[in-house]
Ligand binder design. Structure first.
Ligand SMILES: [Zn+2]
Length: 343
């Protein structure tokens, strides 16, 4: 088969690659659409240490089953499917407790952090265990289904964060995940949503997708503006979707006493926090990791058009041109948010 292979850091090559083996509890999926994730773009240059070459990246995909392992009974050839990005074990303490996203020995598709290497979906075919598959509703296209994973990441973060009707929420960072957090909050009867970003175009898109207000920290005094919108208290909840000290502090500074700040972004491994403010204002810091069971709901929300994934899609291109699109994303070309490749 053909695959887009990260042969060395910053060196993506579209080339022949061995067909995947299909284990007894796995299916072979012919990939129809696969999204380029920010973590793939950051992983390409080696800075995250989680894409050690050679590796076929890609964990946001959708396609058609073309082959069944011999223990697979519930699926058939021709089924339209998408799949979780996390491959977890069923017989695990965390999985049994309903937290498979935190289970021991879990692997992410298209990732090679050193302990394992699991080739992903920037390829014509990918093998995946049957227990991570989800059926794509008829109304949802392959391209839309390839964007389910980041929506599910956003839905997981919202699920972990206490939210009452008409609460005011701050969302720090309007990249793809931030824009999906905004849409999920809107669907969950959140009140005013205050979007923050350094890029005014992204703020405009955030407002189109459900944010009531867009603030740019380059121009606006965030604490002051949020206080003006919340009777001087601060927001009821905040989502941090960038992952550096500065934005973590902005999120903490924007909420009222007793609020929850959900931490989703993790660009930098460490961040400094205002410890005394967090303690004396009884602020809850809630980490959110990946996805834990949100796929079916999110697929239905996309089918019902409660979440608009098309608005986030910047371009679709053949997988053979993948290296060029990675470079354009790496260069942070203005206006590019999501690129989906088609093998
Ligand atoms: Zn991703």
């Amino acid at each position: 088969m053909k695959a887009l292979v990260l042969e060395a850091y910053n060196q993506l090559v579209y080339k022949d690659f061995p067909d995947p083996d299909v284990a007894d509890d796995e299916v072979l999926v012919k990939v129809k659409a696969v999204g380029i994730c920010g973590s793939d773009v950051h992983g390409m240059d080696g800075s995250t240490g989680r894409r050690i070459p050679p590796i076929v990246m890609g964990h946001e995909a959708a396609g058609v089953i073309t082959e069944l392992g011999k223990n697979v009974k519930e699926w058939k050839e021709g089924d339209r499917v998408t799949f979780d990005s996390t491959i977890y074990k069923l017989d695990d303490w965390y999985t049994r407790k309903g937290m498979y996203n935190l289970s021991d020995g879990r692997m992410v598709l298209g990732v090679s952090p050193g302990e394992y290497r699991r080739h992903g979906a920037f390829a014509e075919y990918v093998n995946v265990p049957q227990h991570i598959l989800y059926r794509i509703p008829d109304e949802v296209t392959f391209t839309q289904a390839s964007m389910v994973e980041p929506v599910a990441v956003a839905a997981h973060a919202v699920k972990l964060t206490p939210l009452a009707q008409n609460d005011t929420a701050v969302v720090v960072g309007c990249g793809m995940i931030g824009l999906f957090v905004i849409q999920i909050l809107r669907a969950r009867a959140c009140g005013n949503i205050i979007a923050l970003d350094l890029d005014d175009d992204k703020l405009a898109l955030a407002r189109e997708l459900g944010a009531g207000v867009g603030l740019n920290p380059k121009r606006d005094d965030i604490r002051k503006e949020v206080e003006a919108l919340t009777d001087g208290r601060g927001a009821d909840l905040a989502f941090e979707v960038v992952g550096i000290s500065e934005t973590v502090n902005t999120a903490i500074d924007s909420v009222r006493r007793g609020a929850t700040v959900c931490l989703v972004g993790n660009l930098s491994p460490r961040a400094e926090i205002p410890l005394q403010a967090v303690v004396t204002q009884q602020i809850r810091l809630q980490g959110s990791c990946a996805i834990c069971g949100e796929y079916p709901n999110v697929l239905e929300m996309i089918a019902r058009k409660e979440v608009n994934v098309d608005a986030i899609l910047s371009a679709e291109a053949p997988l053979s041109e993948g290296a060029i699109w990675f470079q354009r994303l790496y260069n942070k070309e203005p206006g590019l948010i999501k690129v989906v490749l088609k093998p």
